[in-house]
Write a protein that binds this ligand. Structure first.
Ligand SMILES: [Zn+2]
Length: 96
């Protein structure tokens, strides 16, 4: 598990070289929601409305989806799957 906050260059390097991993987009849609994507998803390709990837919406990345979901829930986020890319989607889950 690796967490990126205000580290756009490091985050972009991670998604470019880890195409089999998973990315949790924290604070997406609503502040307490994290959406799980794969690194190649078009939804996390572009910068957010603040023109950054990791300030308004920090990212947590891992190759282990279960580990990622578990960590995100422990931070107090609801977890949702991306309808476009996250084929292992498990639907909405409440924080731990
Ligand atoms: Zn996605």
């Amino acid at each position: 598990m690796i967490y990126f906050r205000n580290e756009d260059a490091e985050y972009i390097r991670w998604i470019a070289s880890n195409d089999t991993g998973f990315v949790a987009n924290l604070g997406t849609g609503r502040k307490d929601c994290a959406r799980i994507h794969t690194p190649s998803c078009k939804h996390i390709d572009n910068a957010g409305e603040d023109q950054t990837h990791t300030i308004l919406r920090p990212k947590a990345c891992s190759h282990d989806r279960d580990e990622l979901v578990s960590w995100v829930k422990k931070q107090g986020y609801f977890v949702a799957s991306c309808g476009s890319c996250d084929g292992l989607g498990i639907g909405d889950e409440a924080p731990a």
